[in-house]
Design a protein around this ligand. Structure first.
Ligand SMILES: Nc1ncnc2c1ncn2[C@@H]1O[C@H](COP(=O)(O)OP(=O)(O)O)[C@@H](O)[C@H]1O
Ligand SMILES: [Mg+2]
Length: 335
């Protein structure tokens, strides 16, 4: 466990950043403090720090599993994440699926219209200026904080993240309306998704009722702000549970198991190959052989948390593909 300093090197609107004994690693402490409208409105949301740290940890892991590199290392307490230190590109990368917030204000469009295509837009991360909307030319030629190559890379990562988030959240009855991402470069110059992934930076609506389950409850004084954050934590945990059970997704803590699956035709099923071999053996003089069946053996290695989990996944694999349960028996050996 890294030794941590007690004085934050940076204290933002929602998080404190601390150095660790590894100069490339930081500790982010998520506070309960909430701000809106560029800090004109201030308050506290009970347990927001814990909820946002935990939701962020789950969603960063989801991104990593889907091939998006992030600054996330691990969650070390309810309120704290260890993260790779990056140089933040001062852009707020906003992805929108449904109209809300500043887009509605800017364009005079009603909230709740499904956009023809997801939109990626950039704002300047500068509270004093009110995070103004930027054009590519402003970014490349006026601010000079990113070039076309980085902007293309960020845009494609943001759209990919959007697809991952939409699929994950619709599974737990949530519409992803829009969200804000921050990117940075690590000591090797690698582009990483950074900051946080939480109801502070996402608009989440219940898919059935359109109830708002994010910071808009605080911004618009809708009440039950804490309940909305807790509800989102519950849904994220629910979604992550079914991900871990899925054979295609692994957990970092997992062990490698060797598996041998034996598939054989059922006893009362006609096995022409088996019958032919039995007959041939008999003609060679092996007359005491009976009930010979020929099957197949499938061997592989699998990452999982426990033998019980291996059993569950491999059973499912057998039923879906490796065996035909109507005419074949299978047995599973785990090492
Ligand atoms: N991996 C990281 N390395 C360095 N800085 C980071 C990293 N992730 C996030 N940050 C920065 O940490 C700061 C603290 O977060 P926050 O309290 O949300 O600040 P802000 O008031 O700027 O939104 C933000 O400015 C954010 O850009
Ligand atoms: Mg912030």
């Amino acid at each position: 466990m890294p030794v941590v300093s007690t004085k934050p090197v940076y204290s933002g609107k929602a998080k404190d950043l601390f150095e660790t004994d590894d100069p490339s690693v930081m500790r982010a402490y998520f506070r309960d403090s909430a701000t809106a409208f560029n800090a004109q409105k201030k308050g506290e949301i009970h347990d927001k720090g814990k909820v946002n740290a935990t939701i962020s940890a789950y969603l960063f892991e989801l991104c990593e599993k889907s091939g998006i590199k992030t600054h996330f290392i691990k969650q070390i307490s309810e309120n704290e994440l260890l993260i790779k230190k990056v140089k933040i590109i001062p852009l707020e990368v906003i992805v929108r699926n449904i109209t809300a917030g500043s887009l509605c204000k800017r364009l005079g469009i009603k909230e709740g219209k499904i956009l023809k295509n997801p939109i990626v837009e950039f704002s300047y991360k500068d509270d004093a200026l009110g995070d103004p909307l930027l054009t590519r030319a402003y970014i490349k030629d006026a601010l000079e904080v990113a070039d076309d190559k980085i902007l293309d890379e960020i845009t494609s990562l943001a759209l990919k993240a959007n697809e991952i988030f939409k699929e994950f959240f619709i599974g737990v009855g949530i519409k992803v309306v829009d969200f804000k991402l921050e990117f940075g470069t690590d000591k090797n110059g690698e582009l990483l998704l950074a900051d946080e992934l939480s109801p502070d930076n996402f608009r989440f609506w219940d898919a059935k009722t359109n109830e708002k389950l994010d910071k808009d409850r605080f911004r618009q004084d809708l009440g039950n702000v804490e309940g909305a954050y807790q509800e989102m934590l519950k849904r994220v945990k629910e979604g992550s549970k079914s991900l871990i059970a899925s054979p295609s997704v692994r957990n970092n803590k997992s062990t490698k198991y060797s598996v041998k699956v034996q598939v054989l035709p059922k006893k009362d099923i006609l096995d022409p190959q088996g019958q032919a071999v039995e007959k041939a053996l008999s003609s060679l003089g092996y007359k005491d052989i009976s009930e010979l069946r020929i099957g197949k053996e499938v061997v592989f290695k699998i990452d999982a948390d426990s033998p019980a989990e291996v059993k569950k996944i491999v059973n499912e694999m057998c039923e879906r593909l490796l065996a035909n349960p109507v005419i074949e028996d299978f047995s599973i050996e785990i090492k």
